[in-house]
Design a binder for this molecule. Sequence first.
Ligand code: ATP
Ligand code: MG
Length: 355
Amino acid sequence: MSHRPRILTGDTPSGRLHLGHWVGSLENRVNLQADYECFFLLANMHAFTTRAEQPADIRRDTLEIAKDWLAAGIDPERSTLVLQTEIPAIAELSWFFAMLLPFNRVMRNPTLKTEIELKDLGDHYSFGFPLYAVGQCADILAFRPELVPVGEDQVAHIEMCREVGRRFNWTYAGVSPQAKDEEHVAEGGVFPVPRALVGRVGRLTGTDGKNKMSKSLGNAIFLTDTAKEVKKKMGALYTGRQTMTEPGDVNNALFQYVRAFVKDPAKVAELEDRYSRGDNIGDGHVKVEVAAAIEELLAPMRERRAALEGEGGDRRVLEILRAHTVKANAVAEETLYAAKQAMKLDFGPRSLAFG
Ligand code: ATP
Ligand code: MG
C-alpha cells in the first residue's frame, strides 16, 4: 500500500471539460500526481440531479471526461479513476452524513444557491439536487484525502465536507471538539478534515465576459476545441472597448485570459501596459495573442486525445474504469467499515464483487 497523502476531486459529466477546469483544478491534479495518491471521481450519479431524462448523454459525457483527463495528462498507471455509480460505499455514507447536517445548513449553501440561479432551476429542481451537496461530502470522505483541488465555486462545498468530517469524529470516534483539524486522525477520528486547494485561477470567466465559464452555460472554450473554434470564441468576447487608443481595463475578462494563458511574463506586462494606456492596441491584437497561447496548451492534449477516439478509445477507457473501480471500492469499503465500526454498525465484514 502507498503511504503518500491522498487527493480526491472530480467532475460532473454534464458536458466536456473546458479551460476553467484546467486553471481551476485539472492543472493541479496533473502536477500533484507525483506526490499524492490521487483519486479522480466521475460524478455520474450527480449528473442525474439536473439531467435525469438524459441517460445516454450522461454515459457519453462520462467517457468524454475520462478521455479529457487522460489527454490532459492524468496517468492511469499512477492515479485512480472513480466511477461514482459503482462505489456503493459513497451512497451509504451519504445517508449517514445527511443525518449530521441540518437541512437549513444545506439549503443555505451559497454554491447551491448560485447554481439554482445560473442554471435557471427556479423552484422545480429535484429533491436530489440539494442532496448532491451532501453526497459530495461522501465522495470526498470515502477516500479520506488530505487535499481536494477545486475551483473557487466549490470552496463552500468543501467547507461543508470539513464540518461533516469533524462532526462525525466528535460524535462517533471520541475526538475532542477542541482538537485542531490536523489532529483528528491522530486522536482516533475516522476521517481527516481535508483542505481545499484552489487552482491558479479560481474562477475563470466565460466567453460571455460575465459568468463563470461553465459547461452548462454555453460560454466555454473546451479542451477539445480546434484552433479555429478557439479563435472564433475569443473573437466573440465582448469588452465594450471601442478604439485602439482608448485606455482599456486590464481587469476585464480578456486580460484574465492574458494572465491565465500567456506564459511569458514580459509579454503579459507589455500587453497590460499598452492596453491600459491605449497605446495603439486593439482588442483583436490581444485576442490573437491569447488564442495562440491557448493553442499551445491544447495542441498536445488534442494529439493525445486523438489516440482515444472511436470504438477502440471507448474500449480502452472502459477497461481502465473497470480495473480502477475494483481499486476504488477497496479503499471506499475500508473507510465505510471503519465508519460503521465507529457507529456500532459493524455486524460483520462484507466483500464486494465487481465485474
Ligand atoms: P456545471 O455547469 O455542470 O456545474 P462546471 O463547468 O461548473 O459544470 P463542474 O463539474 O461543476 O464544472 O466543476 C468541476 C471542477 O472544475 C470544480 O472543482 C470547479 O470548481 C472547477 N471549475 C469549473 N468551472 C470553473 C471555472 N470557470 N473556473 C475555475 N474553476 C472551475
Ligand atoms: Mg459546477
